[in-house]
Write a protein that binds this ligand. Sequence first.
Ligand SMILES: [Ca+2]
Length: 397
Amino acid sequence: MTSLGVPDMTEIDQTSCPKEAASYDEWVARFGAYALHQGQAEKVIRTAFAHVSENPTIRDRAGKQAEFVTPVWTYLDRAVSAERVAKGQAQLPQNRALLAEIERDFGTNAAILMGIWGIETDFGGNFGDVNVFEALSNVGYGTSRKDFACTELLSALKIASAGRIAPGQMIGSWAGAMGHSQFLPSNYLTIAVDRDGSGAPDLWTSMPDVFASTANHLVRDGWQRDLPWGFEVKLPAGFPYQEAELDIEHPIDHWQQRGVRRIDGQALPNLPGGTSILVLAGHKGPAFLVTRNFRAILKYNYSTSYALAVAYLGDRVMGGKGVQAKWPVDEPPLALAEREELQQRLVDRGLLDGAVDGVIGLKTRKAIRGFQLQVGLPADGFATQALLLELRRRAAG
Ligand SMILES: [Ca+2]
């Protein structure tokens, strides 16, 4: 049977999440001992881990920076493909009544639920085939995310203890995200909804449970009824691009007064709450105005490309248009060494402190904007070959 036997978990004194282990089997045994210490039943632990095994691909994937980061336009092309839109539209008729009931009760419309379902699992076609105990024990042993793995494994054991969902039924991705809605076990415990009254949320086979759980996730993160996620906009000449960042929010009037218009030239609608301008590929690419509902999508998965894909897939499935403005598709991507060089040069100029890790996140974008403002370029925070060249030129001169 199991990895829990070398040595047996009942012979190990483990009062905290195991950090060091000589082997995968030992980590699992130590986690089992820790779970016992946390009050989980031995029988449940043994059943849950009866068929797990080591998978080195998880360890190999963790912590590596990609040589090239997929540009947002390529990501969107794949995530919101015509094939996927058609697939979503084919799923609409049999789900329409259910989606209307969920909208009545939660305020989340069909578009957003279809968008998340499609991006997370290709409308249920691909929610992974890995048992959650196997996935998370490999994360715990093979990566630095040990506390995350321990927390989620304990949550998974609590789900199994409740007896309504069998450990073998808890299937999902290599990251431990389960079912149609890709919920981590802790999300399952706190957010998932038993909409069909079977006695437990079933995120694998019950669409009422899946949609209600996703809706509940969004509502808890601030989703507001009858508020769009946002829309594409046209920015005026001379727009201060340093204001196009998610952590800068203004009432929509602020943008209207500064000349921001809908992509078709119409005035901005009157919407409540703070709104932000989002530019994901610099001043030569499309721009979007986003509301608090876009932020609620980001809570599902903190990536602006992800959230934009969810938003557009939902819109397209419901018959809306895709992104209108052109992406700067000829912009050559920066290799890992170039991204690191760019960061190092920003550090050298005193604009960036922190890790030179090749990840262009909020801090690096702000540093790029600082440089762009110093040299009189549009402060869009977009890392390009031209920007790197300009940094080199200024350093030499
Ligand atoms: Ca249920």
